[in-house]
Design a protein around this ligand. Structure first.
Ligand code: NAD
Length: 328
């Protein structure tokens, strides 16, 4: 099948591209390389363009004529979204709407969308189910919710079919294909702690150790990037088999605290590194854990690398082999 992958030069997109190629699909990546890496895409066709240009994405769709699209491209830094809300509120939805228009004009109506648990804001109950209210607390979450709302309306009117996957914390590396996480700036906990173990950062930082959790630090749900990409394959099959357009959580169902992640990095690396406790960051809920029961039932998805040691171990292998990321 011809599959367009937007944001395919990024962390998750590049792992997805490898998986699709290994399953025999024809893949074209569309990425502006603003945060992605050409080196993460050996031998994969790449159109360099920006989704906010309708002309760029229309040209790509008209020449490739995709049968399906996996849409990863977005700005996705929560802190940056708070500092520059207009960038997020404008560019994430505009880019997505341009993409949808270009896809539809080329006859493609099958879309898997990368959404986020940030659409829930501070949940009323944990584990979070898909019927939790959606009241995001930052512009990033709002920008994804705007796209989700557009998708609902378009699917209702048979313009397209979609699965919107609300990821919790993607983590780990595709060790076999030598693909891992290289964000700049890096805001995710596991790579930041690993950088402390590698001596690239002076210390690991815990933001708040007075939360109402078992060890006082925040608890998050980490999902291995390979399990996450497997769910995309199943999501696409769901649409192609005539399944309903739907929102699904992608998480592990297990929460791990910041201190547990730090301990896992110590075990994987064998390095003891300094840890500093700082004050809480605004807007960090104490616990964010998914219920992925619906995803398991609807897609038949079974994550494999669910233990924090497996997730951290794969990340450690990649970062220790690539202390400076892709180096491009
Ligand atoms: N990493 C996570 O834990 C996580 C969690 C929830 C949701 N998500 C979502 O998953 C997706 C992928 O995340 P990631 O961590 O791989 O991000 P990433 O930044 O590594 O990858 C995003 C890619 O999209 C490209 N891009 C961004 N804006 C673009 C535009 N306007 N036009 C063309 N290309 C553009 C970037 O160059 C980059 O290669 C994002 O949509 C993100 O919001 C990620």
């Amino acid at each position: 099948m011809r599959i367009l992958v937007t944001g395919g030069a990024g962390y998750i997109g590049s792992v997805m591209v490898r998986m699709l190629l290994s399953r025999g699909h024809e893949v074209l990546v569309f990425d502006d390389l603003s945060r992605g890496h050409r080196n993460a895409l050996p031998d994969t066709p790449l159109d360099v363009g920006n989704l906010t240009s309708l002309e760029d994405i229309t040209k790509t769709c008209q020449s490739f004529m995709p049968e399906a699209c996996m849409h990863f491209a977005a700005h996705s830094l929560v802190d940056e979204s708070v500092r520059d809300p207009l960038k997020y509120i404008r560019e994430n939805p505009v880019g997505s709407l341009n993409l949808i228009r270009a896809l539809c004009e080329s006859g493609c109506r099958n879309l898997v969308f990368s959404s986020t648990c940030a659409v829930y804001g501070i949940p009323e109950k944990v584990p979070i189910t898909e019927d939790e209210k959606t009241t995001p607390i930052n512009p990033y979450g709002v920008s994804k919710l705007l796209v989700e709302n557009a998708l609902v309306e378009l699917a209702k009117r048979d313009v397209l079919k979609f699965v919107s996957l609300r990821y919790f914390n993607a983590a780990g590396a595709d060790v076999e294909n030598d693909l891992g996480e290289d964000h700049n700036p890096e805001t995710h906990l596991i790579p930041r702690v690993i950088k402390a173990a590698l001596g690239i950062e002076p210390e690991a930082v815990i933001y708040g150790d007075d939360y109402p959790t078992k060890d006082g630090t925040c608890i998050r749900d980490y999902i291995h990037v390979s399990d996450l990409c497997e769910a995309h394959i199943l999501a696409l099959e769901h649409i192609l088999k005539g399944g309903d357009s739907i929102f699904l959580n992608l998480g592990n169902g297990n929460g791990f605290s910041v201190r547990e992640v730090i301990d896992a990095v110590r075990r994987a690396s064998g390095v003891d590194f300094p840890v500093r406790v700082d004050r809480r960051r605004e807007g960090d809920p104490p616990i964010l854990v998914a219920s992925a029961q619906k995803t398991r039932t609807v897609l038949g998805w079974k994550p494999i690398l669910t233990h924090i040691d497996q997730i951290v171990e794969s990340a450690w292998i990649w970062h220790s082999r690539h202390p400076h990321g892709y180096g491009d």
